[in-house]
Design a protein around this ligand. Sequence first.
Ligand SMILES: Cc1cc2nc3c(=O)[nH]c(=O)nc-3n(C[C@H](O)[C@H](O)[C@H](O)COP(=O)(O)OP(=O)(O)OC[C@H]3O[C@@H](n4cnc5c(N)ncnc54)[C@H](O)[C@@H]3O)c2cc1C
Length: 387
Amino acid sequence: MTLLDERLRTLQHTAREWAEQLRPLALALEEDPDRVRDHLDLPLFSYLSRTPVPRAYQPDPITVDGQAYYGTGGLERVVFCEEIAAVDAGMLLAAPGPSLSGVLVSLLGDEEQQSWFYGRLMERTSWTFLALTEPERGSDAASLTTSLTSREKDGPLLLNGAKRFIGNAARSDVGVVFARTRPGPLGVVAALVETGGPGFEAVPFETVGLRGNQICEVRLTDVEVPAERVLGRHLSPTRRGLMGAVQGFNRLRPGVAALALGIARGAYEYVVAHRRTLRADEAAGLERMALRIEGVRRLVYRAGAAVDRDDPGLGALASAAKARAAQLAEEVTLEALEYFGPGARLEHPLLDKFARDARGVEFMEGTRNIQRLNVFQGLSQGKIDRG
Ligand SMILES: Cc1cc2nc3c(=O)[nH]c(=O)nc-3n(C[C@H](O)[C@H](O)[C@H](O)COP(=O)(O)OP(=O)(O)OC[C@H]3O[C@@H](n4cnc5c(N)ncnc54)[C@H](O)[C@@H]3O)c2cc1C
């Protein structure tokens, strides 16, 4: 069983306090995700806008009780995400900061690229995005068709194509875009792209869950990308591009699992707080929920710790955690609604929100079906065992 040390327990305790400040704001942010701009002075956003940033690029880390936090650890991310999502996962995903791109840049960026990326984020608070998914090519990301090519020898690299479901793209200054320089799996690269130039268009669309994330359609028309912004120049072709993406997503997935775990816990705690008297069968149902949440928490912590150890079984473990936690979130939130009768969704909008957010997490970083394929692969290759 993975235990939290003093440092992580301090973060957990502090994140719980920060999360409570979000509760009264959650429904207003749902209605208009841009309202996040009114709350950027909250400590939660200070933390998220400055993490994950590697020590070398973070002159002024977040400090709690004399301990510095960089957000780069797997278990740190898991503990933090669960606490915030137990109140409002949407607010967490609405935050400015390096976010998903930060993990990719730390894995694939050379020194100059990291310095450029983190430097500008430390200079001023801004949002970032990570664009992999394309219309019709979500789960099968390897078949992406967005191109990064030059029209003439030594001409500028131009990005052309479309991306879909891209969180925060419309409010970001910079992000990471996956694109193809040539056919085949080794032809995919990730590039740092600025949104301010011509040809970049991001349009938010209406969603039912995780609305704070403001997911967008992105159209890329001859967006110029300087050659020095293509990540992984210093790595072999087998270690950048799609391989880099897989590694990055393996490291991020325990955090997404923790979002789902937090949503499940939030729904459970909502029932505990609002149904003071329970029939025996209802009390037994709640007890079962608590046990299931604890069981999944152990798995999610294990996946978070596997990030920190660079465990060879990380991919499969992270997928197992994400699949189990996403299922837990959907089942627990729906069961929680049953405690409030047929009018539950209207009379308990925060609980309704948990259920809608749970559905959204199912798709983030791969659906349950895709995670199951990863787990099967890990088992068949002996990277993880059934225990
Ligand atoms: C809230 C939210 C935020 C997101 N943020 C981002 C982001 O920031 N950046 C980004 O790039 N993307 C983002 N996404 C997109 C997300 O990664 C995709 O939704 C996901 O990869 C699934 O792709 P799809 O929606 O096209 O579904 P599809 O791939 O069309 O899948 C539809 C169904 O088919 C099933 N399926 C597909 N292939 C297989 C298979 N081989 N075997 C069995 N079943 C299969 C799936 O499990 C699913 O049930 C986000 C999505 C959401 C909901």
